[in-house]
Design a protein around this ligand. Structure first.
Ligand SMILES: O=c1[nH]c(=O)c2nc[nH]c2[nH]1
Length: 424
């Protein structure tokens, strides 16, 4: 291996090989070959003599964060209309904001700012909704690629039950989606994902066409599921032939037939939980959004006990921040509120939410989110040089960073072995 292809970082290394606890390697060397983790050493072997070593002293080195669900086009709308529930919030604010993305000039401005904030917050991989507009969706992929981020990007599909200015012709929607796939399928860090907005804004014809595209491109799928009681009732009225909300997606091959993410998953029947599990659908907990729109509390402990995969999402703009540390904190806080009312459901632990925000969510991207051998080197270096840091254990320092410090404590970011610069 040529020495210029080897990167070595020294510091206090923390990650979660599984959700039960942290692996801590104090004062150690993390060795990366061509962007892939090779080994962690306490003493650096002689073969690495002469390689470039970045010595971070006592700083924490942790995996980069994975945001499994957020809406890039809603970045400018953060904090607005959050006294409404889902369906009114969509009609009063969200659809009007997303309509602006016919203008690629506006899209460029928003998507540049959004991408900068993702980087600043330490998110290294994200699964994104754009809008129905093909040109501005392409622009989002261009910007993410240029900045070196890892992402799945969805050109959104909607052909019914939405304002005229956002309603697509079904066949045009499918053609645009296929063009988007042709353009982005074989790129390395930024890839397309099939994205019907949710069942209510989709005809059966659209869902059937998207199911065929998912098979043709072996493409991942994302959508929303069972977020709000009014939405769940509406889906039952719109799709009377399906026994349950999730069956609408399942019927059209959009529920685990290829890797699938479903955001929210709050109001799930036992049948839905079993289908999610057997189809290996990944559920996404969006605590900030679920609080803001008074949607409810996702039954995370119940899903984990049923061996369902759960990741974390910031869900901007219903969530008001792209911070994944705040998503972790809110996931724990919500689980504690839930515990007060239901002692059967233990609160989430720090290592469980950290796992969700790193290796758990990272699985959707492959070997991402951990520092085990063979994983992509996606990492953050955290500076917490306070008096408390001198006295605390590494896990206490991580806990304090997650709860009480912020993005300004991130001093370096790596994605697939490349250092990524925040401009702030
Ligand atoms: O939180 C949400 N944000 C959205 O944009 C959306 N669309 C459908 N369902 C949704 N939920």
């Amino acid at each position: 291996m040529k020495k210029e292809n080897i990167l070595i970082l020294k510091g206090t290394i923390i990650f979660t090989p599984d959700s039960a606890g942290f692996e801590v390697r104090q004062d150690s060397y993390l060795v990366v070959h061509n962007g892939i983790i090779s080994e962690i050493y306490k003493q650096l072997p002689a073969e690495y003599a002469g390689c470039r070593i970045i010595d971070h002293g006592n700083r924490l080195i942790i995996p980069g964060f994975v945001d499994l669900h957020t809406h890039a086009a809603q970045f400018n709308q953060r904090g607005l209309g959050l006294d409404l529930e889902l369906l009114d919030w969509l009609n009063e604010y969200t659809f009007k904001e997303e309509a602006k993305f016919t203008d690629t000039g506006y899209a460029a401005q928003v998507y540049e700012a959004f991408t900068e904030e993702l980087i600043r917050q330490g998110t290294t991989r994200a699964v994104l909704f754009a809008t129905i507009h093909k040109d501005s969706s392409n622009l989002l992929c261009d910007i993410l690629s240029r900045r070196g981020l890892g992402a799945y990007v969805g050109k959104v599909n909607m052909d019914v039950n939405c304002p005229d200015f956002l309603r697509e012709d079904t066949q045009q929607s499918l053609r645009d989606t296929e063009e988007f796939f042709e353009r982005w399928s074989s790129t390395s860090l930024v890839n397309p994902i099939i994205t019907p907005r949710f069942a209510p804004t989709s005809t059966g014809e659209l869902l059937a066409g998207l199911g065929k595209l998912a098979v043709k491109y072996n493409a991942p799928v994302q959508s929303h599921l069972s977020e709000n009681p009014g939405e769940v009732k509406w889906v039952a009225e719109l799709f009377p032939d399906q026994s349950d909300y999730h069956q609408v997606y399942n019927h059209y091959g959009l529920f685990g037939q290829t890797p699938t993410l479903m955001a929210h998953c709050i109001y799930l029947t036992q049948e839905a939980i079993e289908c999610i599990k057997s189809n290996q659908v990944v559920t996404v907990h969006c605590p900030d959004s679920n609080i803001n729109l008074a949607s409810g509390i996702m039954p995370v402990r119940k899903l984990l006990n049923a061996a369902v995969q759960v990741g974390l999402g910031s869900d901007v703009g219903a969530g008001h921040s792209l911070s994944m540390t705040q998503a972790m904190v809110k996931a724990i806080q919500l689980s504690k509120i839930n515990y007060v009312f239901d002692h059967q459901c233990d609160p989430l632990t720090l290592s469980e939410v950290f796992y969700m925000a790193t290796k758990g969510g990272g699985k959707f991207f492959g070997r991402v989110g951990s520092f085990e051998k063979g994983y992509s080197f996606d990492a953050l270096v955290i500076e917490d040089n306070t008096e408390m840091a001198q006295k605390a254990s590494p896990v206490e320092r991580l806990q304090r960073y997650i709860y009480a410090l912020d993005a300004s404590n991130i001093v370096a970011r790596y994605i697939a072995g490349q250092e990524i610069q925040s401009r702030i």
